[in-house]
Ligand binder design. Structure first.
Ligand code: SF4
Ligand code: SF4
Length: 337
């Protein structure tokens, strides 16, 4: 069955939620973004009834992508998938290591309701932990008619071997792409510090990564949102203006925002082009003035001295991700004030 065609035809959702269920993971990849996040609260079951109630109130049909951390670690993850797939569609980003839960998922969830499973392949962790179930779990899901692809982070220490690794996995029937590493390695900033030669090699295996969309309209907040582990619903992970909470209420923006971020690492309008194009047909972007007052209304609601530049990341998320040492130095100074 051609799963790409199937995706186009059957998945008639009108809104996309990217939900990081937890920052907890059973892997400890050196390059994991989450290691710069505050420690995640202990893993606890999701309040499924409240989630369903919130989504129903919006009268939308969703594709909900679960990511993390590792979503299969959530104690009632299969029950959550089962409940949501009665009315909506799901996708999962996973390191594919929780074998027993993955088997249960394949048994209990219909592939017709799962748009895709994206497996992240972390060879350094596989080797360090002696894990060799990646191919087996992939093949089991594929055999059960789930569309599954895989990504390989081209971390600088893997530059000498990534082509061989990716070709090996492809030879086992896995649709695998390379992903550029975003962050610092040995005081050099990536992806900017890949050599020209390496960039050329990476391009042959590459899929969408960091994008430069500042100043362009984006459907984030209109028909795509990001949800963080405490349930807060944000415009996207880089514009963390709150639109509600998945356990209570979501209020979508009425228009599209103009992206204020220098480098977007999760360009939802490129990942979900169909929803971006519906947004372009249904609405228009906020004017500068409207966007300013939207931000000001958050300022009033949030009752703290809101500074967009500071809050969204030039001196916030971005520094935290790209130069954690500097971030913590600045934080120490700020906390001491
Ligand atoms: S598998 Fe993903 S979430 Fe887990 S440590 Fe690695 S990069 Fe982080
Ligand atoms: S950071 Fe990315 S997802 Fe967020 S508004 Fe900009 S382009 Fe859209």
């Amino acid at each position: 069955m051609d799963m790409k065609n199937k995706s186009e035809k059957y998945f008639d959702y009108d809104t996309f939620i990217n939900w990081a269920l937890t920052t907890k993971c059973n892997f400890e990849c050196e390059y994991c973004f989450n290691k710069f996040e505050p420690p995640s609260p202990p893993l606890k079951p999701i309040d499924i009834k409240k989630v369903i109630r919130t989504l129903r109130k919006t009268k939308r049909k969703y594709l909900i992508t679960f990511s993390g951390g590792e979503p299969f670690l959530i104690p009632n993850f299969i029950e959550l998938c089962k409940a949501l797939t009665k009315e909506h569609y799901i996708s999962i980003c996973t390191n594919l290591s929780c074998t027993e839960k993955i088997k249960q998922f394949a048994k209990e969830i219909s592939p017709e309701k799962v748009k895709s499973i994206h497996a992240s392949c972390h060879v350094m962790e596989h080797e360090r932990k002696g894990i060799n179930s990646f191919i087996e779990n992939h093949n089991m899901l594929k055999k059960n008619n789930f569309f599954i692809d895989a990504g390989y982070v081209i971390y600088p220490p893997l530059l000498s071997r990534f082509e061989k690794d990716i070709l090996y996995y492809r030879s086992k029937g896995i649709i695998m792409y390379g992903r550029e590493f975003i962050g610092y390695y040995e005081n050099k900033k990536y992806p900017e510090s890949y050599s020209k030669k390496d960039k050329k090699r990476i391009l042959k295996y590459y899929t969408i990564g960091q994008s430069y969309l500042k100043g362009t309209p984006c459907n984030a907040g209109y028909n795509t949102v990001a949800v963080v582990p405490n349930g807060d619903v944000l415009i996207c992970y880089f514009v963390p203006l709150k639109l509600g909470n998945i356990y209570k209420k979501i209020e979508f923006n009425k228009k599209m925002i103009i992206c204020p971020i220098d480098a977007c690492q999760c360009p939802l309008k490129l990942f979900e082009p169909k929803l971006f194009s519906s947004a372009c047909k249904q609405t228009i972007p906020y004017t500068n003035q409207e966007q300013e007052s939207l931000i000001n209304s958050f300022k009033i609601k949030s009752h703290h001295n809101f500074n967009l530049d500071k809050f969204i990341g030039k001196i916030g998320i971005s520094i935290k991700r790209h130069n954690p040492n500097l971030y913590y130095k600045l934080k120490k100074i700020k906390d001491a004030q």
